[in-house]
Design a protein around this ligand. Structure first.
Ligand SMILES: *Cc1c(COP(=O)(O)O)cnc(C)c1O
Length: 375
């Protein structure tokens, strides 16, 4: 029997115009990390976010976190608080700067950073004479974190926030776009995200001055001189004008992509409503998730594995939820403030295929595998 076509967790989904913008870059010879697609893509994002914030498009979301930490002034020996339940790219840039991550666990309502544990961690570090230099909070899987609570604590202790919105373009918190809620926001346009430039990211800043500093650092930190002169460490982090062309096309379909992903979530929720051994992550009032990935929490590890392996057997990709960073070998020596939430999610949770390009046939095929495995 021929193997069935593979269903991916989250694959790129192009619209109509990406190639036109890319062709324009070729036709005008703007094959560089500057050009009209970059400016236009930045303007499109700015308009979408509906804010006065500034946008710098970059080579990746990871690069955006790195630059945000650098702009905040994080240096060797500093401590930075980071949500533990996330992808390693949230925390790796802390290490790039020679600083130390301190991990904070999640609460159960949004699966994101627990405000109580955050405050506990800050107090603990201050008592030890190590006031954290920054906080990286994550809107994981597109679900906004409890921004009012987290930001109130951050502002009480005067610690800047980096909002990791890599997975949350199109999500809203109390009618404001995720990515503009705090001091710095970051987005990712990697191939698996809600929209993609194949690889890419963006940094959102509050002022034009900060954006200019970010672009300066992202283009090798060249001083103003006719020759190449450098007074500080620079990076090669600017986005290519070719890839920004893909981004312009993707921005035109972003709203449709959000609706399609939200429809996937509703489809699974309805289709699996009869089973009490799985739970979905509901939106609290005022929270609007782009539902980048539909995630379920099962009653136990064995159920999760039964589902995952049954899907795999049918050539369908599904993945356990993120392994908390405080359990990763890379970060084993880092201090963490935990409450068991992320460890439980990692043990029992599963991400279901969630692409905006899934067909009704695909979705039904997935459901037909899940239902008998849950009985
Ligand atoms: C994808 C992702 C990043 C990194 O973005 P890249 O563009 O892949 O570098 C950072 N944080 C989270 C939560 C992500 O999912």
């Amino acid at each position: 029997m021929p193997t069935k076509n593979k269903i991916y967790l989250s694959s790129p989904h192009l619209g109509k115009n990406e190639q036109n913008y890319v062709s324009e870059a070729f036709a005008t010879n703007w094959i560089a990390p500057l050009g009209p697609n970059i400016t236009a893509f930045e303007d499109d994002i700015k308009t979408y976010l509906g804010s006065k914030n500034e946008v710098a498009v970059l080579s990746s979301g990871t690069a955006a976190i790195h630059l945000a930490l650098d702009l905040i002034g994080v240096r060797k020996g500093d401590e930075v608080i980071c949500q533990s339940f996330t992808f390693s790219a949230s925390a790796n840039p802390i290490l790039y700067l020679g600083a130390t991550p301190i991990f904070v666990d999640s609460e159960k309502e949004t699966w994101n950073m627990s405000p109580e544990l955050l405050e506990f961690a800050i107090k603990d570090r201050i008592k030890k004479g190590k006031k954290p230099k920054a906080i990286i909070a994550v809107h994981l899987y597109g679900m906004p974190y409890k921004a009012d609570e987290i930001h109130a604590i951050a502002s009480q202790y005067e610690i800047p926030i980096i909002e990791d919105s890599a997975e949350a373009l199109g999500s809203m918190y109390k009618n404001q776009a995720c990515g503009i809620l705090s001091d710095f926001g970051i987005f990712s346009f990697n191939g698996n995200k809600i929209i993609t430039t194949s690889a890419g990211g963006a940094l959102i800043t509050k002022t034009k001055n900060l954006k200019e500093k970010a672009v300066f650092l992202a283009t090798q930190a060249r001083d103003d001189a006719p020759h190449y002169q450098h007074s500080q460490i620079g990076y090669n982090y600017r986005m290519s004008n070719v890839l920004a062309g893909i981004g312009r096309g993707q921005m035109e379909v972003l709203n449709q992509r959000v609706l399609a992903r939200r429809a996937n979530y509703e489809f699974y929720k309805e289709g699996l409503a009869a089973f009490d051994n799985i739970e979905f992550l509901e939106e609290p009032t005022g929270f609007y998730s782009n539902r980048w990935l539909t995630c379920i929490k099962t009653d136990r590890y064995e159920t999760r594995e039964t589902l995952r392996l049954a899907l795999l057997d049918d050539n369908i990709e599904a993945r356990p939820l993120w392994k908390p960073l405080h359990k990763q070998p890379l970060f084993k020596d880092c201090l963490s403030f935990t409450n068991g939430t992320s460890e439980e999610l990692f043990e029992k949770g599963l991400c279901l295929p969630s692409g905006s390009n899934l067909t009704k046939t695909d979705l039904n095929r997935i459901l037909e595998i899940l239902i008998p495995s849950l009985k």
